[in-house]
Design a protein around this ligand. Structure first.
Ligand code: NAI
Ligand code: 15L
Length: 265
């Protein structure tokens, strides 16, 4: 493809993936609300607040595909979530509709289903059980994307990311971890498959203790290769194992389940 847009490019995941997207497009347009640092030869940068419709229109123009990582990524005040994750999503989908409907990868989250227990194995059809306002905003994003698919044919991969980072940090992440290599392989499959549709894709590696069933998306040809199990000894040594009655050991959403509703200023 000619131009791939990466939002949230200054964030944890965006910074990790940014340099790895070179082979996917001639130009990678990176964007965030904060400065993006030095650019590689194949990159162009655009600062943008996702809550600003005119900016998002300019951002999406001329893009053939979008990896949408931008937004509030943890529990926060509703006003912040509303601007970036609700208004921002609406702005993105309206801009996409006006600019040829480029295929979108939407970074949804396991916090859409955080109130399921860790002894439950989920498929893509389970009712949503968000564990906070952040999780609710990802449910909104998934519903919005689904509506644009049904009404206009806009294709989106609804990637319910578990914990995508260099390595798992605690016992829960032995189930939820997705390696950067596996995420990159997923991205390649999403943008190469001839017909994507609007599937939920569980974003975790081939972990022995994973909780999620991706058999419905075998047509993508995505075969995650990493397994968090290789970090178990390291985690056992570094992190106290939670007691069975602790929230982090009961619910799939882990610590997010205990977050309060944060008050506005
Ligand atoms: P992050 O918080 O490090 O990065 C998000 C980026 O979005 C930040 O650079 C921030 O400046 C930008 N942003 C925030 N508000 C904005 C606005 N109004 N306009 C434009 N940009 C704005 O989060 P991370 O970890 O990199 O995650 C990326 C995406 O993946 C997020 O959407 C997050 O919800 C999702 N996700 C990530 C997981 C992970 O394990 N890293 C797990 C599940 C979902
Ligand atoms: C998320 O949705 C967050 O964005 C990320 O920071 C991680 O905490 C992840 O979920 C997780 O559940 O581990």
């Amino acid at each position: 493809m000619k131009r791939l847009l990466l939002t949230g490019a200054a964030g944890g995941l965006g910074s990790a993936m940014r340099g790895r997207l070179k082979g996917l497009a001639e130009i990678v347009r990176i964007s965030d609300i904060v400065e993006l640092g030095n650019l590689a030869a194949h990159e162009e940068a655009m600062l943008c607040d996702l809550g600003d419709r005119a900016s998002v229109d300019r951002l999406v123009k001329d893009c053939d595909a979008i990896i949408h990582l931008g937004g509030i990524s943890v529990e926060d005040k509703f006003s912040k979530i509303m601007n970036a994750n609700l208004l921002g999503l609406y702005n993105l989908y309206e801009a996409a509709r006006e600019n040829g409907m480029p295929r979108i990868l939407f970074a949804s989250s396991n916090h859409t289903i955080g109130y399921y227990r860790q002894d439950e194995y989920l498929d893509q059809d389970v009712p949503l059980k968000p564990d906070g306002l952040y999780g609710v905003s990802k449910c909104f994003g998934e519903a919005l994307a689904r509506m644009y698919f049904e009404k206009f044919g806009q294709e989106t991969a609804l990637v319910r990311i578990g914990s995508c980072m260099e390595k798992p940090k605690n016992h829960r992440m032995l189930a939820t971890w997705m390696s950067h290599d596996d995420f990159l392989a997923m991205i390649e499959c999403i943008f190469r498959v001839p017909r994507l549709g609007c599937p939920v894709i569980w974003g975790c590696s081939n972990n022995d203790t994973r909780w999620w069933d991706n058999s419905h998306v075998s047509y993508l040809g995505w075969h995650p290769k990493d397994n968090a199990e290789r970090f178990r000894a390291e985690i056992d040594a570094a992190v106290p194992r939670p007691k069975p009655d602790e929230v982090v050991a009961i619910y799939q959403g882990g610590p997010f389940v205990s977050d309060p509703i944060f008050a506005e200023d």
